[in-house]
Design a protein around this ligand. Structure first.
Ligand SMILES: O=c1ccn([C@H]2C[C@H](O)[C@@H](CO)O2)c(=O)[nH]1
Length: 143
């Protein structure tokens, strides 16, 4: 992917929250009746979004973050710079544990996350994270 063009100072958090609320209205959540919307800014300035898509086999449910990560790659890839998520009332929602791992993969420690405690780096939202680096350094045959 191209060089990083978007810095963390360029984040329009209100626009990002608004994009999350808009996509939340497209959620498919007939089982939980708990729609979720997520929006993120990429390092080349795109906004990518996702909503949760449930399934009659509940465990197959796709969280909003899954759709967002899929949209990231489908629209050209790159890295996530800033992320926000909202519930059905449009209020801030913290990503679930699995989705923190998903976000770590695509934004890393410096990804800015909109949280109840303010904007925090992913390193504070998922401390001591397992990530791609472990696969190149931690295996028994990898030194
Ligand atoms: O970070 C989260 C947490 C929950 N959900 C969805 C999954 C399910 O459809 C509904 C209730 O858990 O909310 C998300 O999309 N993202």
């Amino acid at each position: 992917m191209g060089a990083q063009q978007v810095g963390t100072r360029d984040v329009d958090w209100e626009a990002l929250r608004s994009a999350a609320r808009d996509i939340m209205a497209r959620a498919y959540a007939p089982y939980s009746r708990y729609p979720v919307g997520a929006a993120a800014l990429t390092d080349d300035g795109r906004t990518v979004v996702g909503c949760n898509v449930e399934n009659a086999s509940y465990g197959v449910t796709l969280c909003a973050e899954c759709g967002l990560v899929s949209a990231l790659h489908a629209s050209g890839g790159g890295r996530l710079v800033a992320f926000t998520c909202c519930d059905g009332k449009g209020e801030l929602l913290m990503p679930c544990g699995r989705c923190r791992q998903l976000l770590w993969e695509h934004g890393g420690a410096d990804l800015l996350v909109d949280t109840a405690r303010g904007v925090l780096p992913m390193s504070e939202v998922l401390p001591d994270a397992f990530g791609p680096d472990h696969l190149t350094t931690g295996g028994p045959d990898r030194g």
